[in-house]
Design a binder for this molecule. Structure first.
Ligand SMILES: NC(=O)C1=CN([C@@H]2O[C@H](COP(=O)(O)OP(=O)(O)OC[C@H]3O[C@@H](n4cnc5c(N)ncnc54)[C@H](OP(=O)(O)O)[C@@H]3O)[C@@H](O)[C@H]2O)C=CC1
Ligand SMILES: O=C(CO)COP(=O)(O)O
Length: 371
């Protein structure tokens, strides 16, 4: 019998632990690295992670250790699921221990605050490995729902299609389906940007506004996400798929979302400092607002919703005033050539996937779709 595949997940929080279960239920032997020895012991001996996934039983093929060297030895693939702002420091410790052929996959949805770099870029620089060995995973993936084996899908993206396919095969099981693409920029930015829009949704929810306001923010938020990502080289289709719209819907609708929850507290009048203090888990959106606005400014992309989130965080905008500011600052008349007040030249990247979907429907679904 061939030896079973050995893969490693770094980070035993809610997503790292859930992903370990996904991989084990897909047939791999999984080692989970928890930085706290007592948590590693609980996972290893009781097959439970009561801090992050209370009530969930982990498969017998998940083990855990607090030793990074033990976790990485012999790993074919290394999945990384720690807070984005801590990645750089951890890579320094991982680098000398990483098996020479191992693939590295980011499960994280943030950008590095000090550099504005995406997680796959930080990994490439920090580990000095070829981009073909790096992949990212993103999609509508609220950890607790998946830990309860409620079905969902994700996108695995790598510059190398072969790498994406290898990872997708390993990260698939009866309740988790992985699609592939080669648009790493779109896939990663989709995950980062939906967090910011989810904070905005949480804010208006906390204020007490209803479904019209939320629908307006989701729709226009997706346009902002798409404009931004396309300016950085993403394909607009990616943002209309699981890693964009799919994740935006999941995160904006669920009280399981930490970003949404952080927003709701802000909308209820708590200060940014109070919200940070009260969050027991990672809400990536809070740290990504500033670098994303800087990146947007560098490309001349207007992001009114994200800007208002940053003003609420800074305490300079009353959460109640977020909705009337949904319009852009543009003085352009709102005529035939605009869509919801945004410029529409007829070739707008945002609308291209929808036009393509329409054309596919018209030609009887003969063209293929990506996810
Ligand atoms: N939860 C979800 O539904 C999803 C989350 N993600 C993404 O996954 C990433 C991780 O999030 P998630 O698991 O939810 O976060 P959690 O807050 O649940 O867990 C964070 C984990 O990282 C560890 N950690 C914290 N600080 C450091 C550090 N400085 N160095 C090393 N490890 C550290 C924590 O250890 P300790 O317990 O010891 O503090 C814990 O194991 C984020 O980027 C998030 O956006 C993506 C999809 C879904
Ligand atoms: O990324 C997620 C769902 O896809 C999890 O969202 P939160 O980090 O807001 O909980």
């Amino acid at each position: 019998m061939p030896p079973r595949r050995r893969v490693t997940v770094l980070g035993a929080g809610s997503w790292g632990t859930t992903f370990a279960k996904i991989l084990a239920d897909g047939g791999s032997d999984v080692t989970l690295w928890a930085r706290r020895p007592e948590l590693a012991r609980e996972i290893r001996e009781a097959k439970r992670n009561s801090d992050y996934l209370p009530g969930i039983n982990l498969p017998l093929t998940v083990t855990a250790t607090s030793s990074l060297a033990e976790a990485l030895a012999g790993a074919e693939m290394v999945f990384v699921s720690i807070p984005s702002q801590s990645l750089r420091d951890n890579l320094a410790a991982i680098k000398p221990l990483l098996p020479s052929e191992a693939l590295v996959i980011s499960l994280m949805k943030g950008v590095e605050k000090k550099s504005g770099l995406r997680m796959s870029e930080v990994i490439e620089l920090g580990l000095e490995i070829d981009r073909d060995r790096i992949a990212v995973a993103s999609g509508p993936n609220l950890a607790l729902e998946i830990a309860k084996e409620q079905p969902t899908a994700a996108v695995i993206s790598s510059q190398s299609l072969e790498t994406a396919q290898r990872v997708a095969m390993v990260a698939s099981n009866r309740y988790f389906r992985s699609f592939v693409n080669v648009d790493v920029i779109g896939t990663e930015f989709g995950g980062v940007l939906k967090n910011l829009i989810a904070v905005a949704i949480g804010i208006v929810d906390g204020v007490g506004y209803g479904e019209n306001t939320k629908a307006s923010i989701i729709t226009r938020g997706l346009a902002e996400m798409t404009d931004f990502a396309v300016a950085y080289g993403a394909h607009a289709d990616t943002l209309a798929g699981l890693a964009g719209l799919g994740d935006l819907i999941a995160t904006s609708s669920s009280s399981l979302s930490r970003n949404n929850t952080a927003g709701r507290l802000l909308g209820q009048g708590y200060s940014f400092a109070d919200v940070v203090k009260s969050m027991q888990q990672t809400a990536e959106g809070l740290a990504s607002v500033a670098p994303i606005l800087e990146l947007a400014a560098a490309k001349g992309v207007d992001m009114p919703i994200v800007r208002q989130v940053s003003e609420v965080l800074a305490g300079t905008l009353n959460p109640r005033d977020i909705a009337p500011h949904l319009t852009t600052d543009s003085d352009e008349p709102q005529g035939e050539r605009t869509i919801d007040g945004r410029k529409n030249t007829g070739g707008s990247a945002f609308w291209r996937p929808f036009k393509r979907a329409f054309n596919q429907l018209r030609d009887g679904g003969r063209s293929s779709s990506r996810d």
